[in-house]
Design a protein around this ligand. Structure first.
Ligand code: ADP
Ligand code: MG
Length: 493
């Protein structure tokens, strides 16, 4: 069954679990550095490996970051909470349990406001945000798919074991209808932006700093009880999240249409085909034998500390966007285009560097975006906000016109220097020298007596026919207004 048909017939419900790696200096329970890359098994201590006799110590910064996240999501911060052992055997978890939180998460019951690309708002209810540690990384060698099935042997790197994570779990998200897939992607994008804004993580999707598990179920109608869900694990880009939800909705509808039932299981998403395949069957009461972690004391964040952290939170992306829309006087649509193009910060910085907002917007979304697009890079990788502000200043000073400014921009993009340098080096400054301009005007007048006749007769638009030769003679650097004045003065004067 196709997604569009599935969505007409069934009401989708989604639930999203997002894991974010915190950008602390060290791991959650030991002093090993928390850095990406490095040789395999170089960022480890006996505690990372769970060696006998090693004991964990809680990373205070990790707790602070978890509280920051909880507060940014509007959650209640627990007066007291504990870590729990989630027991399971897997080679990348050397202790045979993951230190996590279970019935006492640090943050609970919040919400996140999101906006779809066309501006439709949606509220995502948050059930909890809890602290845990990441697992190491297995590499399965020899199989076709990189999965354990069919592999010759496996390698394990414990650098990531013990890296601080916060897991954010939504309540079941209902009422999305046909927009379920978009909502899922927009929600994770919003979280990514929040993590960056509050400084808890670089939140680089491509490095796996943010990973999402997407739960999907279908039901006959919005008042029917929730259907059986599947959980597609570790979907690591916004586009993949959207595709995975779409695929699952279509797949589950096909299963239901055939009179069969959806199996509650984990699934894997395949980037290449856009499909999900069956992982392991998972019941709600997975027997992880959770129990309170005996090696760690409960966490009791003082109310003063929580208040201090709340006080220190910066403006969140949604608030900032609302404020700037007002300050800049852009329409919602203009603002959305800026945000969707990832240009909000660049424009903000350009305005801070002195450019008026409309000019900053015009150049970033126009010529800069066009040049960047040709080179298949992001506009912010092409030029800096300071350079765009300098270009806008040269325009405002009358040293450049739009056409010349585009040439200067191309030079800046090619690494020829700052706008003023490129302007001088390429000789692009508007000709102020009236001598040169006058010569060009005289020449054009002499060469086009018929046009001159028309202008004398009052046909002002004929002036345009003289501008071509004048621009040509001055290599495009004539100030058009001045040239016009001169022409009229010479013909009528
Ligand atoms: P698990 O241990 O299976 O990962 P969690 O409670 O951590 O369970 O996360 C389950 C996620 O699935 C939550 O976001 C929850 O809201 C969502 N969910 C629960 N039931 C359903 C359902 N029937 N359909 C869709 N999502 C669901
Ligand atoms: Mg979970």
């Amino acid at each position: 069954m196709k997604y569009d048909d599935a969505i007409k017939k069934y009401d989708p419900v989604i639930g999203i679990e997002v894991h974010v790696e915190l950008g602390t200096a060290t791991k959650m329970f030991d002093a090993a550095p928390n850095t990406f890359g490095g040789g395999p098994n170089s960022n480890i201590t006996p505690t990372s490996l769970g060696l006998p006799g090693s004991l964990p110590v809680v990373n205070a910064k990790g707790v602070e970051y978890a509280i920051r996240i909880g507060l940014a999501l509007g959650c209640e911060i627990a007066e007291s909470c504990r870590f729990a052992r989630k027991n399971y055997f897997y080679p990348d978890v050397p202790k045979d349990f993951q230190t996590s939180q279970y019935d006492e998460p640090i943050a609970a019951e919040g919400s996140v406001e999101i906006e779809l690309e066309d501006g439709t708002p949606f509220t995502i209810p948050i059930e909890r945000a809890h602290m845990e540690e990441d697992a190491g990384k297995n590499t399965h060698v020899g199989g076709a798919t990189g999965r354990i099935h069919g592999a010759d042997h496996s390698l394990v790197d414990y650098n990531r074991a013990g890296v601080p994570l916060v897991e954010i779990v939504t309540h079941p998200i209902t009422g999305t209808g046909e927009r379920a897939a978009e909502v899922a992607a927009a929600y994770v994008r919003t979280l990514r932006d929040i993590f960056r804004a509050i400084g808890v993580s670089e939140a680089k999707m491509e490095q796996g700093n943010v990973r999402a598990d997407v739960n999907v179920s279908l039901r006959e109608s919005p008042d029917a009880p929730l259907g059986t869900r599947t959980e597609t694990k570790n979907v690591n880009s916004f586009r993949s999240i959207e595709r995975a939800v779409r695929f699952e909705i279509a797949r589950q509808a096909t299963v239901l249409e055939a009179g069969e039932s959806v199996v509650q299981e984990t699934r894997h998403f395949h980037e290449d085909t856009g499909e999900t395949t069956s992982g392991r069957v998972k019941s709600d009461a997975d027997d992880y034998r959770y129990f309170p972690e005996p090696d760690l004391v409960p966490i009791v964040p003082s109310r003063t500390w929580v208040a201090e952290i709340k006080e220190s939170l910066p403006e969140l992306p949604a608030q900032k966007r609302r404020r700037l829309t007002g300050e800049w006087g852009f329409s919602d649509l203009e603002m959305r285009d800026i945000v969707n193009a990832g240009l909000l910060e660049a424009i903000e910085d350009t305005v801070v560097a002195g450019a008026p907002a409309p000019a900053a917007r015009k150049w970033w979304t126009g010529e800069v975006a066009r040049l960047a697009n040709q080179r298949e890079i992001h506009p912010t990788a092409l030029v800096t906000p300071a350079q765009v502000a300098a270009l806008v200043a040269l325009l405002a000073d009358g040293k450049l016109n739009d056409r010349l400014a585009k040439e200067v921009l191309a030079g800046v993009a090619d690494g020829e220097g700052e706008p003023a340098e490129v302007m001088s080096a390429r000789g692009l400054e508007i000709v102020e020298d009236t001598g040169a301009l006058e010569a060009a005007v005289d020449e054009a007048i002499a060469a086009n007596p018929d046009v001159v006749e028309k202008i004398r007769g009052g046909k002002m638009q004929a002036i345009g026919a003289l501008m071509g030769p004048i621009m040509k003679a001055t290599r495009g650097q004539a100030d058009a207004g001045k040239a016009k004045e001169l022409i009229l003065a010479k013909i009528n004067g």
